[in-house]
Design a protein around this ligand. Structure first.
Ligand SMILES: Cc1cc2nc3c(=O)[nH]c(=O)nc-3n(C[C@H](O)[C@H](O)[C@H](O)COP(=O)(O)O)c2cc1C
Length: 395
């Protein structure tokens, strides 16, 4: 077996998942995902996080191969989510004297998921665990992406063990370090990982970035995706951009439509945006494109125009699902447009407006609602909606 090292005595223990279709049983991962754990072999031996439970056998074998009879002294738990704590019980069973290292919120999760922990070391900001020549400093970064989340900073080699922060979808297909892979391929997967998984916690991510800024970081080892040792600015600048809701001058147009009338309104709006000089216009059918990709584009572009036909006094269910996710994510600083279609007594636009109130994005024009086929006056209102959005963006 190849052994991949971050430093002379620090090992990467990662496993590629190309079988799972949906991460967290929600988010599509067509390019898979990796689960990364790390092993520091010093006077004391420390594991940093574990892996998803389906890899337990390989994981234990790989640890054995490196340690050749030595025991693991510490399991540092940066993050308790089961894709990283999945092997915790197996590790404790194999090394009964192991000390679990976490913060005051960690051990409650250990107990609720696995068992009452026996040997624990509770750490807080700035505490340092001496392993020999390696020293792990801890910093709490709550809600990036769970309440107990923390990072471990290895002071000698200046490695940030970052948990889910700076993680990525996409398996590591041979290349493990950022300078061994083509980042163009990973860009979309890194962004989707951020927006789908961490995106709700942008203010917390900002706090974490500021808190970690004083550290001299030479390498970032996350629990998913590549290890960053060359292009740290590449990923840091992107995380900074995304978590401050910094967007480009584009428009995401989403519609839910059964018979095509709402879609026709979307096409008119999109065409007019283009005539006004907007180059980045992404039009999505909410029934076809998974929310994962649409949310990603909402993080990319400043404007969102959403349309829905009426459906049982509500909006079209697939639009509703998408908007519920967006609302929960608390995405900020967008321009909004609303349109829809009905035949009886409406329901689509009425509920789109509830979404508008909830997200508090700036509504650039009154909602446009047509009854059946698109006619002249509502066609013109669609044009005006697009113009109002273009004015805002180009303003
Ligand atoms: C299952 C179902 C439920 C509907 N519910 C409503 C409704 O509550 N209110 C309404 O005005 N129209 C309702 N309609 C009619 C459609 O919203 C209407 O025909 C609209 O023009 C469809 O737009 P589309 O062409 O974009 O699919 C419903 C249609 C279906 C099939």
């Amino acid at each position: 077996m190849h052994q991949v090292k971050l430093a002379e005595n620090i090992y990467y223990l990662g496993y590629n998942d190309r079988r799972t279709h949906l991460f967290e049983n929600i988010w599509p991962i067509p390019h898979g995902v990796s689960y990364n754990s790390y092993l520091i072999v010093d006077e004391k031996v420390a594991l940093i996080d574990t892996v998803e439970r389906q890899y337990i056998d390989d994981y234990l074998e790989d640890i054995d191969a490196i340690l050749a009879g030595r025991k693991v002294d510490y399991l540092v738990i940066n993050h308790m989510e089961p894709d990283h704590s999945g092997a915790l019980r197996a590790i404790v069973a194999k090394y009964p004297d192991i000390i679990l290292v976490g913060n005051k919120k960690t051990f409650g999760f250990v107990e609720s998921f696995y068992m009452k922990p026996v040997n624990i070391l509770e750490v807080n900001d700035n505490d340092v665990l001496e392993l020999g020549k390696n020293k792990l400093q801890f910093q709490m970064i709550p809600m990036v992406h769970w309440p107990e989340t923390m990072i471990s900073y290895e002071e000698t080699n200046k490695i940030l063990f970052a948990g889910d922060a700076f993680g990525s979808f996409g398996t590591l297909d041979g290349g493990v370090f950022d300078d061994e892979i083509n980042l163009d391929f990973y860009e979309e997967e890194i962004m989707r990982y951020f927006t789908n998984i961490v995106g709700k916690y942008c203010p917390h991510t900002q706090r974490a970035i500021k808190k970690l800024a004083p550290l001299d970081i030479r390498m970032i080892a996350a629990t998913h995706g590549p290890i960053w040792r060359t292009n740290l600015d590449w990923v840091l600048s992107r995380y900074n951009k995304w978590s401050t809701y910094t967007t480009e001058n584009g428009v995401v147009v989403v519609y839910g439509s059964m018979y095509g009338n709402t879609q026709k309104m979307a096409e008119v709006i999109a065409r007019q945006l283009s005539e006004r000089g907007i180059k980045d216009i992404r039009v999505y059918d909410a029934s076809k494109t998974h929310a994962s990709y649409i949310i990603n584009d909402i993080f990319k572009y400043k404007a969102f125009i959403v349309g829905s036909c009426a459906y049982n006094n509500a909006m079209f269910p697939n639009v509703e699902t998408l908007l519920t996710k967006i609302e929960h994510m608390g995405i900020k600083d967008h321009y909004l447009g609303v349109f829809g279609n009905f035949s009886w007594n409406g329901g689509g636009v009425k509920n789109l407006m509830k979404f508008a109130e909830a997200v508090k994005w700036e509504l650039v024009y009154d909602p446009v609602e047509e009854k059946g086929a698109l006619k002249k006056d509502k066609y013109e209102q669609c044009i005006e909606l697009a113009n109002a959005m273009a004015d805002k963006l180009l303003g």
